[in-house]
Ligand binder design. Sequence first.
Ligand SMILES: *Cc1c(COP(=O)(O)O)cnc(C)c1O
Length: 369
Amino acid sequence: MPAPASTSPFAFRHEPNATPVEANERAKRLIDPGFGRVFTDHMAMIRYSETEGWHDARITARAPLTIDPASSVLHYAQEIFEGMKAYRLADGGTALFRPEANARRFQDSARRLAMPELPEELFLESVERLVKADANWIPESDGGALYLRPFMFASEVFLGVKPSAEYLYMVLASSVGAYFKGGAPTVSIWVSQQYTRAALGGTGAAKCGGNYAASLLAQSEAIRNGCDQVVFLDAAERRWVEELGGMNIFFVFDDGSMATPALTGTILPGITRDSILTLARAQGIEVREEGYTIDQWRADAASGRLVEAFACGTAAVVTPIGTVASPEGRFTIGSGAPGTLTMRMRDALVSIQRGTAPDANNWLHHLAD
Ligand SMILES: *Cc1c(COP(=O)(O)O)cnc(C)c1O
């Protein structure tokens, strides 16, 4: 029975799924879930309107939405999202990794897209409640996790161009396996010449669907050129390496130092990026946040000054980069195999996320049973 609606606008209503996926079938789906295809029994929803503010918060059965074709998101793309994971810990508990950082970034993205800012507590509560409702969907397999996808879109029925007066905030949960089975193979990346991802003053630092829409053609070009991923250069000078379509980038040098592009406004401030900066500095590694050009990258790879490069983000954690290709040719990073420091950073991060290493920075947000 659904609990009666509370009078508090922030009280969550729980409407348990009356026909959840059967245990046998769920177990089958969790064997090899891949990424982003297996969804849980529930979802979180909160509505916003200019007149009522945030209201109608609930955890409900996952189901299709019915929206008016004139909903403004379908025309002007006022949409933002987040990506985070809930992990099963070595001690059997469950924890989210730095969810407060996702909550704050969601507010930053909302501001840039002229959307209302969801209070941090409400963001956290929606995610926590959903993870608790669907905890049996966290894969037990090595590297498995529950991927959480909070998102918000403009739902006002109006074709005029202006910030929407109504929004729908939702959270989906998706069981995911290890992004790369059997360790981390290196990826090859294509340097986009014709297309850029973000310009100064644009939305590059916001996590919005529009940035991804703009990156897809360049990503297809990468695939056509035999590469796995695309890396973008800055829009003004077309020489500063910025980031991949959905991952930040790090460089490792022969003196043991590391570098990553600074957050100049056109790069997405990754939480994995920030975690790696913190971990590396705590280990006494020198890390610079500074510009690095594609020409320097090519020259340093040739001279041996650059020994490793990797991409990072929530979904794949840390991904070694093996080769870099452009119309000017292809070059290899180090031996082309995963680098030592790359794998050390990856292990350090994964061990904290899994609760097998001390959590010195208090990054784990433990969920009570
Ligand atoms: C989400 C995202 C990242 C990685 O951010 P994390 O918080 O580490 O997952 C990097 N680049 C882009 C463009 C992104 O959308």
